[in-house]
Ligand binder design. Structure first.
Ligand SMILES: Nc1ncnc2c1ncn2[C@@H]1O[C@H](COP(=O)(O)OP(=O)(O)OP(=O)(O)O)[C@@H](O)[C@H]1O
Length: 475
């Protein structure tokens, strides 16, 4: 499901690997793209030899990940061949299409290492004026180095195709995972885990001066180990940032954000009033976070967190007037065209938490125009079911403040949100070691590989004697 505001292009197409008997490149692979979708606005049939036209292959380096076997395998291929190109990968499966490219599951030839390769057609990007988006994505991916953000192993250009070689996430995305939940929404404990990891990723991005702008469950992928990976940076905004270390004052620790607060009386009938419920926000069932069994006093993580200095890296000066995002997730200031900054990420963070907990977004209307009007005009309402804790609703209420300057996170960024009582008891430093809510079934690369090769063989047999081309469609 594509809910993006930007031109909704179905980028579905087929990649065929052509082996031309007459080619001066012998049995070397060439890549052809052709549209196979009626709603695809793009159609081309360009034959490219990556050996001929490789205009730069960059293998990224992450010193702390030098022990990662995938780096070693990529580097080995690079050294052996002098370059890295599409021909060094077996494309096994199309994972999905976006506005600017198609992502494939691929295996580095001679290894069992899976990668996700985003393939973009430069001619198409130029024609549709999407080249800046592709550049932005590549630029951002090249600098990321965080457990909840994608690792870019390499990028290369084969004449007309730009390729990004990324870490493969076999667990699908949170949109699909939510649909698989019994009632199509996540249990609060699971939602808390996912939003906490997303919050850390957003904090890191803001520290780098990157406003993400496209948070939605579809863009949160689940790794094999159940932790998350935030993807899709072509709509992001880069700006300067000035990180500051806030020391707790001598008079006491940094103040936690105030709760938006319920009405005093339990008899209040204001439909927008949030009443505290008796439900407790449960902490992770993680070994690391569960109560220690020793007789020693339990460390108060919340108090400890608040007494530590806080790194605040919120690009508050960032400004853009672009109308980008996904209708149901668009912040009011984007819709109004007033210019927006990093606070849009805290709005989308609120919508995201709401959707995970309730299985739908809060301002969705029958059509896109109604949705946009609702974002501007309608008050936030919470359904009576499912039962969601007061803390969760209070956090959403703080985030979905229509004026960006009053929104939770707009002053001190993620540091402010991390201190909200919804996250009480969470060990932020160790969350990447905590047990994820549910391990999705991994995609079976072996089966897919066998199926693809079987299919490929059929095409090879069929086409071999016809026109001198050995053609096999992989998808
Ligand atoms: N690293 C990855 N591992 C597994 N699947 C991925 C990976 N990256 C992308 N995908 C899948 O490929 C699909 C297309 O991704 P892509 O980022 O190109 O498009 P998109 O999310 O629709 O965004 P956009 O239109 O902005 O490009 C995604 O929906 C996702 O399911």
């Amino acid at each position: 499901m594509n809910r993006k505001v930007n031109d909704l292009v179905n980028y579905g197409k087929t990649i065929s690997v052509l082996h031309s008997k007459n080619s001066k490149y012998g049995d070397k692979g060439e890549f052809t793209q052709s549209s196979n979708s009626s709603i695809c606005e793009y159609s081309t049939s360009t034959s490219i030899s990556e050996e001929r036209n490789l205009s730069g292959c960059i293998v990224i380096n992450r010193p702390h990940m030098s022990k990662d076997m995938r780096w070693q395998a990529i580097n080995h291929t690079m050294k052996q061949n002098g370059f890295l190109g599409l021909r060094h990968f077996n494309l096994l499966k199309k994972l999905g299409c976006g506005d600017i490219g198609t992502v494939y599951l691929a295996e580095l030839v001679g290894t069992n290492y899976p990668f996700a390769i985003k393939v973009m057609d430069n001619e198409f990007l130029e024609r549709r004026q999407k080249m800046p988006r592709a550049h932005m994505e590549r630029e951002i991916l090249s600098i990321l180095d965080h457990p909840f953000l994608p690792t870019l192993y390499a990028h290369f250009v084969s004449e007309n195709l730009s390729c990004l070689v990324m870490e493969y996430c076999p667990g699908g995305d949170l949109h699909v995972l939510r649909q698989k939940q019994p009632a199509r929404y996540f249990h609060e404990q699971a939602a808390r885990f996912y939003v906490a990891e997303v919050l850390l990723a957003l904090e890191y991005l803001h520290m780098l001066g990157i406003v993400y702008r496209d948070l939605k469950p579809e863009n949160i992928l689940v790794r094999e180990d159940g932790h998350i990976m935030v993807t899709d940076f072509d709509l992001s905004l880069r700006c300067s940032v000035n990180p500051t270390l806030l020391q707790p004052s001598s008079s006491g620790p940094l103040e936690p954000p105030r709760m938006s607060g319920p009405c005093a009386g339990s008899s209040c009938i204001d439909p927008f009033c949030i009443k505290p419920t008796c439900q407790q926000v449960s902490c992770f069932k993680s070994r690391l976070l569960s109560a220690p069994k020793s007789r020693k006093a339990k460390p108060d993580l919340t108090a400890l967190n608040r007494s530590l200095p806080q790194l605040v890296a919120e690009p508050t000066e960032a400004r853009s007037n672009s109308f980008v995002g996904t209708h149901e997730y668009l912040a009011p200031e984007i819709i109004k065209g007033e210019g927006h900054g990093s606070a849009v990420d805290w709005w989308t963070f609120g919508i995201f938490l709401y959707e995970l907990l309730y299985g739908r977004t809060p301002f969705k209307g029958p059509g896109n125009d109604e949705t946009l009007a609702n974002v501007i005009l309608e008050n936030l309402r919470f359904p009576e079911t499912p039962l969601v804790s007061f803390q969760a609703r209070d956090l959403i209420k703080g985030l979905l403040v229509k004026e960006p300057e009053n929104r939770l996170g707009s002053q001190r960024g993620a540091a402010e949100i991390k201190q909200h009582p919804f996250f009480d008891g969470l060990n932020w430093a160790l969350i990447r070691c905590a047990s994820p809510p549910e391990l999705p079934e991994p995609y079976d690369v072996t089966v897919s590989k066998a199926a693809s090769l079987e299919k490929a063989k059929k095409y090879l047999d069929y086409n071999e004697s016809s026109d001198g081309h050995l053609e096999f469609e992989l998808f």
